[in-house]
Design a protein around this ligand. Structure first.
Ligand SMILES: Nc1ncnc2c1ncn2[C@@H]1O[C@H](COP(=O)(O)OP(=O)(O)OP(=O)(O)O)[C@@H](O)[C@H]1O
Ligand SMILES: [Mg+2]
Length: 399
């Protein structure tokens, strides 16, 4: 099949698995290492994947899930919404997994009770049943620990690893976040001591339970607020946009997948328009693909695609800006009017006729909650979304 909208390999959206997974080699290798080490009974820290919206957190988790499931690992992925719903979701995921792997009968009595109290779930020979009465427990962290330890023990007996993937973790309520991390920490601290048959040496194995938790950059601050030391104890995996090499390779691979190639000029145009941002790669790439039907995506196709993508990109910025309050919008407009090297909190405050201290929570919301600005590390702020500063400069500050 030739190049046509039907064969378009670009898939704009969120949380969808791309046809070709690009880049992320270092992060992915680290996650594979985590699982390999757990499989040998060696303790591994929880990984905290943080990054702005659309940077590829969910994609990374899903790619890992798919690979590890194929390798026979026990993977449970749950996405968090506000409050504590994620704990029930994890429990349902665990119950379904035990049923699918046909090991439910081996689950200890105490863990079964925990499952019922945590999520109103019973596990019988017929499968997973959600009971009608309300779930309720006075000590969620302990119950969760018991359940995870029991499932981890079963995984160990069967020579596999239990891997928990928690997405959108910035949404989890503080209590639930504290309980979840406490339980994980306790389970990971448990050891199984065995004596080597030959040498008689004592070996301590960790339970093969690993976790990868993903969320917006503000997640680390939330963990601190939950009174948990987990932010400090886990290993950070911050995700940024793609570097040039990964972007170029990813774009070429995607085009090949659809049966076409980019000429050099078209590729450079697309690279410049995306600024390394994975979501734009698909949004703009898709339009460039649809701008022609030749086996080579030309400079003219790229220019036409870019023009077609512009309203979509503008729409995307506008959607993000609509989430903001008037003062937050004014703050962003003021930040955009400053040059990159002069964009400090002090300069932004001065432009708004205020003192920096008065705007602390506004800046905090724009960095941690909305992920639109980020600290550069040397006292300045930069825009997290490529092109947003230009968009702000081009539109009036009507807030
Ligand atoms: N490694 C990758 N290779 C190819 N495409 C990718 C990659 N990572 C992300 N994408 C694409 O970018 C888009 C955004 O990715 P994703 O939904 O994973 O971001 P996210 O960080 O989870 O965002 P959010 O915070 O909004 O949930 C998706 O269309 C996805 O397919
Ligand atoms: Mg996501």
């Amino acid at each position: 099949m030739g190049r046509s909208p039907a064969t378009n390999p670009f898939t704009p959206g969120f949380g969808n698995l791309p046809r070709v997974f690009a880049g992320r080699k270092t992060e992915f290798a680290d996650l594979e290492l985590l699982v390999d080490r757990l499989a040998q009974g060696i303790y591994e820290q929880v990984r905290l994947v943080t990054g702005d919206r659309g940077v590829g957190k969910t994609t990374l988790l899903r790619e890992l899930e798919e690979e590890q499931r194929e390798a026979g690992r026990w993977v449970v992925r749950a996405s968090a919404t506000r409050g504590d719903a994620v704990i029930g979701r994890l429990c349902r995921g665990l119950a379904t997994l035990l049923h699918e792997r046909d090991v439910a009968a081996g689950l200890a009595r105490g863990a079964r009770d925990a499952l019922r109290r945590l999520a109103g779930i019973s596990l019988g020979p017929g499968g997973v049943t959600v009971e009608l009465h309300e779930a309720g427990t006075s000590d969620r962290a302990d119950e969760l620990e018991e359940l995870l330890a029991a499932v981890g023990g079963l995984a160990r007996e069967r020579g596999t690893v239990l891997l928990l993937l928690v997405d959108e973790a910035q949404n989890i309520g503080l209590d639930a976040l504290g309980d979840l991390f406490h339980a994980l920490q306790e389970v990971q601290g448990r050891v199984v001591a065995t004596r080597d048959g030959r040498s008689g040496a004592l070996r301590r194995d960790a339970l093969p339970v690993g976790a990868v938790v993903a969320g917006l950059p503000g997640l680390v601050g939330r963990l601190k607020n939950a009174g948990s030391t987990f932010g400090e104890r886990s290993k950070p995996l911050p995700l940024r946009g793609f570097g040039e090499g990964d972007m170029r390779e990813g774009l070429r691979a995607l085009a090949r997948e659809g049966g076409a190639t980019f000429d050099a000029d078209a590729l450079e145009l697309l690279m410049a328009a995306c600024g390394g941002y994975p979501y734009f790669l698909h949004l703009i790439g898709s339009q460039m693909w649809n701008a022609g039907d030749g086996a080579v995506i030309t400079r003219a196709d790229a220019a036409a695609g870019l023009a077609a993508a512009r309203p979509l990109v503008t729409d995307f910025y506008e959607q993000r800006l609509r989430e903001l309050g008037p003062l937050q919008r004014r703050y962003l407009h003021a930040a955009a009017r400053l040059e990159d090297r002069a964009r400090t909190t002090g300069a932004i405050a001065a432009a708004l006729g205020r003192r920096s201290e008065q705007l602390g929570s506004t800046q905090q919301a724009l960095t941690a909650q909305h992920g639109l600005l980020r600290p550069t590390g040397d006292g300045r702020l930069e825009f997290a979304l490529p092109g947003l500063a230009d968009h702000l400069r081009a539109t009036a500050d009507d807030a």
